[in-house]
Every structure is written in C-alpha cells, then in structure tokens.
Write a protein that binds this ligand. Structure first.
Ligand code: G1P
Length: 294
C-alpha cells in the first residue's frame, strides 16, 4: 500500500465572486465561522496522513502566505495573559517545520498548469490535490475515505457526486462504468460539458489522488475549456494507462467558491458548534417567523 504523503493546494485564483472583500483578502482567508477556508483543507489533509503541503499561490496573496508563519510574539503575549483558549486556537494551526512549500503561478493558466508546477516537488509518487473551495462536512474526512479506497484501486481517483443536470456545465463529469460500493470506474471524463451532451450527472469534486504519470500528460496538454490547461483533460488522457475511478464520498459538500455556498457552509458549521448552535437556531427561527427571538 502506497502512503500518500504529499498534497497540492491550488490557491492562485482571484476570488472575483467575493469582491470587494477579495480586493485585499485572499479568498482562502475568508473565515468560515472563525477559521479561514484554507484551514479546513489543511486539517482534512493532515487527518488523511499528508506530511508535505505544496501551495500553488499567486501575487497578491501574501496574507495567505503569512498565515502559515508561526505567530511567536502573539503566542507569547497570549501565554502571558493566560488566554489559553486563544492560544490553543493558534497552536492548532501550527504546521511542522519545513512541511510547507509555496510556489507561484505567474499566469492564470488553469488548474492543470497549477498542478504541473508541483512536478519537481511531488516527484515519482502518487499525491493528493485539494481544492479549498470545495468544503466537505462529514464524520470521516473525504480525503481519508479516498486514501483508504485508493489503497485498493490504485490509479487516478477523483471525488465525485451527483449534481442536477442543469449544473453539470460547471464541473468535470464522468462517463461511468462499473461500480463497486462507492467506487465507479470511469470510461472517460469531460470538463464543463454542455448539460444536454454530458455523459452523466456524476461530477468531479475538488479532491484527487493522482498517479505521477499525470505530469507527462499535463506537460503535453494544450488549452482546453475556458482556454486553460485542464486537470480533467490530463486525467482523461491518462485513463488508458493508469485507470480512473470516481469515489462517491460520504459527507455534505459546499461550493465555497460561490457566495451562496459559502453562506450555507457558514450556517452549517456554525450550527454544529456547541458554543454557537443554540443561540443561532433561535435567531434563525425568529428570522424565518417560526418563533419569537429569544
Ligand atoms: C474545477 C475543476 C472541475 C471540478 C471543479 C470542482 O473547476 O476544473 O473539473 O469539477 O473544480 O469544484 P472550477 O470550479 O475551478 O471551475
């Protein structure tokens, strides 16, 4: 069984859907309750056993890069003031020394190009890719589920879920072959198809376990949908060699790349919290006219 040790986090996107907030705050730093979006992806990766974290960032994202520095002065201040809870919150974000590398994608050439930039750091082993916009809430982190399944299947594996047909044009989509439990073999993949022509409604969600052979395909690939180098196209081209499966993860996925999805995720994660849930429920009920505000 191959241990998946490395993960790539493409974080170069502009986050224009969140303007004006993203004028000075990178999208990945927007707080989902009180943790930035990126922290959810990191926690998921760590839970799945990832030890090396490769960020593909861009200019104007220094707040994201600073977030990963240990805030020693702040920690000392909090310790002195006896603010244990705040200190614990900070310590939970601390990364092991040397575990992170930040690369820069100088031109917005797409997700496939961002992954290709990590080639030298990944080397010749299977690795994970996590798109922090896709937040998955559930008992077992989605990437952990995939790592377990991948130990049995090998090949490329993408997280997958069914979406309404009208929405398939926003996703990579699988042509589904035979299924076994949560794993479906893909016959092909297509990026952002016309809904009327899409081979199924099984969409790719932003978690991948990829074989290193993906890099040769990415290096050969020309621009695809939207004029960008598409990861989906490279996976599709490598399908005959490596095999591709879609993994229907257990958990609820939020599209935090959209304002609506972000707000829904905020509500869901806040309602889960013992310190916020009850007060919020009555506030919501009051707003919805279900009962008077407490
Ligand atoms: C990217 C991928 C797409 C995938 C989606 C999941 O698209 O290219 O295949 O289905 O993430 O969120 P984007 O959302 O960056 O357009």
């Amino acid at each position: 069984m191959t241990h998946i040790r490395k993960a790539v986090f493409p974080v170069a996107g502009l986050g224009t859907r969140f303007l004006p907030a993203t004028k000075s705050v990178p999208k990945e730093m927007l707080p989902l309750v009180d943790r930035p979006l990126i922290q959810y992806a990191i926690d998921e990766a760590r839970a799945a056993g990832i030890e090396e974290f490769i960020f593909v960032s861009a200019a104007g994202k220094s707040a994201l890069e600073d977030y990963f520095c240990t805030a020693r002065a702040l920690e000392a201040q909090l310790r002195e003031a006896g603010k244990t809870k705040a200190l614990e919150a900070l310590e939970a974000t601390r990364m092991p020394e040397g575990a992170m590398t930040i690369l820069r994608q100088d031109q917005p050439r797409g997700l496939g190009h961002a992954v290709l930039l990590a080639r030298r750091l990944v080397g010749d082993e299977p690795f994970a890719v996590l798109l922090p916009d896709d937040v998955i809430r559930g008992a077992t982190p989605a990437l952990s589920q995939m790592v377990d399944a991948h130990a049995r299947t090998g090949g490329h594996m993408v997280a997958a879920m069914d979406v309404p047909r009208a929405e398939v044009g926003a996703y990579g989509v699988l042509d589904c072959g035979e299924s076994r439990g949560r794993v479906t073999r893909a016959r092909s993949l297509v990026e952002k198809p016309d809904p009327a022509l899409a081979p199924s409604t099984r969409a790719v969600i932003g978690r991948y376990i990829l074989e290193p052979s993906i890099f040769d395909e990415l290096a050969r690939l020309g621009p695809g949908s939207g004029g960008e180098i598409q990861l989906t196209d490279a996976i599709n081209r490598d399908l005959p060699r490596a095999g591709v499966s879609g993994y229907r993860f257990e958990g609820e996925r939020f599209d935090c790349g959209s304002v609506r999805g972000f707000v829904e995720a905020t509500l869901a994660f806040a309602l889960d919290r013992s310190d916020l849930g009850e007060g919020l429920e009555s506030r919501l009920a009051a707003q919805l006219g279900l009962r008077p505000a407490a």
